[in-house]
Ligand binder design. Structure first.
Ligand code: UGA
Length: 426
């Protein structure tokens, strides 16, 4: 995105294989539109990749930290990669630099980065300004989100450095908020926490809608028309996943604990999310006992248009069905070719694993299944041979965990359709 805006960009990583692939124009993950943009910018000479830290540091004016901040066992963010990146930069500093923190980092981290530089380098010779610049893109729509952001947030206390970071985005049409470090850091976490809470709220409303016979899709549509509520992230389903919401909610809770606070809404947001799969599987089990049933799970990625399976509700569903004694669990996902491509949360033992079979559309994927369950709303799933599958299935029961397929069409194709509180009677 920065290259597209006309900047000269160097991508640095410690992973040599990744760097080699990127240099050849191969993206190591799936993201719509990005392979084309990468090749375009490589050809234009505006972006290059290296695993030589000295080149990366000495040839750049601004150094953006975009490393992972995974969850430590207690839920707090693990900052070892941030620290390692800071150390690498410090080792090669040859003049004044601006270090920009893009990674989602707990509150206080930008100050910690600044302190670390103060310890490691001579500020009179090689001054380093640290600026917080959180990222708000979504996987699967990263390019669109980056080029059309809702806002830019810049946190720090060095106005010149902050203005320089702001100028990076001059080509974009978005309001820019300048604030202090802690405020910028909290905007990022509070936004993700709120979006996660919105989803959990709708998942709870879905449980109620299901109990009283209301249609949660129409409820969400009706709510979303109120501009104070807004229609995004109101979709009920089998819970949120991915590398951000679960981890960031955990870190918010851990952060609050460190300050002797309890965030009640977020505690429940997490609890609702952690139990939404149980609720959904309970709905399946009320129609068809799981033990001994053959299932087809559609979707392993945590959302559509990505191959990322981190904290994926689809993977949770597969694991749960296996542990409840399902016979064969077939899995279909456009980004999964073999069982080795599945990224388990809790890896099942060999006996359970033997029951997993990755299938593709071309095969007779639905032959003999007792039910199918949609876990990821991949557009391609709309075009599956549903009619032929209904005939091949032992029982044409379809549980749509994402309220994604058209109930009338599915019924017409021969399925008994159950959504998430989608309509009375299923
Ligand atoms: C999320 C935020 O939306 C981004 O703004 C943020 O920059 C990013 O985290 C991050 O911190 O890096 P992402 O996790 O990539 O983005 O994707 P989302 O579209 O937010 O979806 C997250 C999960 O919630 C997915 O499992 C999705 O299926 C689920 N979801 C989303 C719902 O169940 N219902 C909804 O209405 C929306």
């Amino acid at each position: 995105m920065l290259a597209k805006l006309g900047h000269r960009v160097i991508g640095y990583d410690v992973d040599e294989v990744k760097i080699a692939r990127l240099s050849r124009g191969e993206l190591p993950f799936r993201e719509p539109g990005l392979p084309e943009l990468l090749r375009e910018q490589l050809a234009a000479g505006r972006i290059r990749f290296t695993n030589d830290a000295k080149t990366a540091v000495t040839e750049s004016e601004l150094l953006m930290l975009a490393v992972g901040t995974p969850s430590a066992p207690d839920g707090s963010a693990d900052l070892r990669y941030v620290d390692a990146a800071v150390d690498t930069i410090a080792r090669h500093l040859d003049g004044p630099k601006i270090v920009v923190t893009k990674s989602t980092v707990p509150i206080g981290t930008n100050r910690r980065i600044r302190r670390r530089f103060a310890e490691l380098v001579d500020a009179s010779r090689t001054p380093v300004a640290v600026v917080s610049n959180p990222e708000f893109l979504r996987e699967g729509s990263a390019l669109r989100d980056s080029l059309h952001p809702a806002r830019t947030v810049i946190g720090g206390d060095d106005p010149a450095a902050m203005a320089k970071v702001r100028s990076l985005y001059d080509g974009l049409d978005a309001p820019c908020l300048m604030c202090g470090y802690e405020t910028a850091e909290l905007i990022k976490y509070a936004s993700n926490g709120f979006l996660a809470a919105k989803i959990s709220y709708m998942n709870e409303i879905a449980r109620l809608a299901d109990a009283v016979g209301a249609d949660v899709e129409t409820v969400a549509a009706g709510m979303g028309l109120d501009p104070r509520i807004a229609p995004m992230h109101l979709k009920a389903g089998i819970g949120y996943g991915g590398s951000c919401f679960p981890k960031d909610v955990d870190e918010l809770l851990a952060m609050a604990r460190r300050h002797n606070l309890r965030l009640r809404l977020l505690t429940e947001t997490k609890r609702v999310n952690d139990t939404q799969i149980d609720w959904f599987v309970g709905k399946i089990a009320a129609v068809r006992p799981i033990a001994g049933s053959n299932a087809l799970v559609l979707g392993a990625a945590f959302k559509e248009d990505t191959d990322d399976q981190r904290e994926s509700p689809g993977i949770r569903l597969i694991e749960k069905l296996l542990r409840l004694g399902a016979g064969e669990v077939r899995v279909m996902d456009p980004t999964v070719r073999a069982a080795e491509d599945l990224r388990w949360r809790r890896r099942p033992g060999p006996r359970l694993l033997a029951r997993v079979r990755v299938v593709t559309e071309g095969e007779d994927a639905a032959r003999g299944i007792d039910f199918a369950a949609v876990a990821t709303p991949w557009e391609a799933f709309r075009r599956l041979p549903w009619r032929a599958w209904a005939e091949a299935a032992a029982r044409p029961l379809l549980f749509d965990g994402r309220n994604f397929l058209d109930p009338a069409e599915m019924r017409e194709a021969g399925w008994t359709y159950y959504g998430v509180a989608r309509e009375v009677g299923g």
